[in-house]
Design a protein around this ligand. Structure first.
Ligand code: ATP
Length: 310
């Protein structure tokens, strides 16, 4: 048996040390993650950071080359039916059968899922303004995204995985409908994990956030904690400096002469002490948006972004 009760019954997703290579490319590098039940979890990272690869592991579409994946307590590669019957998934590509009409697609999906809620499905169809007689292949990109979301939601899955749900959705659907649906699901005790490049949206609706960079997990945890552990600090030094000062936790610097502004990760008290040890006084400090944290973290040269294997 594994130590610390793996997987924990409180976690709908639990990964330990997952690594995945495509040829010489390390798409996921020793990724560990725990997603608690009943929350909205935002997954962010630059293009190619590994978000889709990670989500494909949750679905058993990819097998971890190292490490362990558990979803709803099960191994999705060993027990795909046990996992997929309880998980809703909207892929980035939205791969729906183009030859079906919207109403046929709904009937087809209903046959697969005993938990399909027809009244809810019809509500969503009306909310998403989808014509039941329209062929899927004739729908616009945004309408296809709505249809994909409808079929992922209508069987009320315990875990909803949305890969870039906002791409293709107009701002009204994104803000009013997607945001409301996602929050309702979490309020009902179910879990939503979604990847997105829209950091303001992630910040608005997520309880937890994870940030990937070059296949590595930079951090994962409660959004409030993440925000409390990043700060913008303006430091004033006694003497002019020609280059940015050395300060543990600093991710980026701007400034010159005696005044320098850093985006830094760490507890405010610890950063203030470090600044004072470096001979500076903190003259201003501000909280950061998730967008600013992302830019500082992803732009910083901390972890090697890519590793080419021998
Ligand atoms: P985006 O935001 O652009 O959708 P992402 O974070 O979802 O990116 P992934 O699609 O997971 O990133 O890709 C991670 C890395 O793995 C990329 O460098 C990508 O080229 C590579 N990769 C993913 N799938 C494959 C594959 N089937 N074969 C080869 N390389 C792949």
């Amino acid at each position: 048996m594994l130590a610390n009760s793996f997987p924990s019954p409180d976690h709908v997703i639990e990964l330990r040390g997952v690594t995945r290579r495509f040829g010489a490319k390390r798409a996921l590098d020793n990724v560990s993650l725990a997603v608690p039940r009943g929350i909205v979890f935002g997954l962010v990272g630059a293009n190619g950071a590994g978000k889709t690869t990670l989500i494909r592991h949750f679905l058993g579409l990819l097998k971890a080359q190292a490490g362990t994946v558990r979803v709803l307590g099960l191994d999705p590669v060993q027990d795909p039916v046990g996992v997929l019957s309880r998980v809703g998934y909207l892929s980035e590509e939205g791969d729906l059968p183009g030859w079906m009409r919207v109403d046929e697609l709904m009937r087809y999906m209903r046959a697969f899922y005993p938990t399909w809620d027809e009244a809810y499905a019809q509500d969503l169809r009306r909310q998403f303004a989808l014509d039941p007689a329209a062929k899927v292949k004739t729908l616009s990109k945004g309408q296809k995204a709505r249809a994909g979301l409808l079929v992922a939601l209508a069987y009320r899955p315990e875990l909803l995985l949305l890969d870039e749900p906002s791409s293709g959705l107009d701002p009204i659907v994104r803000r009013d409908i997607l945001g409301a649906i996602v929050r309702t699901i979490a309020d009902e005790g179910r879990t939503v994990l979604f990847s997105s490049h829209l950091l303001d949206e992630v910040e608005r609706i997520s309880d937890h956030v994870a940030m990937l960079k070059g296949g590595r997990m930079l951090f994962a945890g409660e959004l409030d904690e993440i925000k409390q552990s990043h700060h913008r600090l303006t430091l004033r030094f006694e003497n002019e400096l020609r280059q940015p000062p050395a300060l543990g936790g600093a991710l980026s610097w701007e400034g010159r002469g005696r005044e320098w502004t850093a985006v830094a990760s760490g507890r405010l008290e610890a950063l203030t002490l470090a600044a004072s040890a470096a001979g500076a006084e903190v003259v201003e400090q501000n909280a950061l948006s998730l967008d600013e944290i992302f830019l500082a973290q992803v732009g910083s040269p901390s972890a090697p972004a890519e590793e080419v294997l021998p």
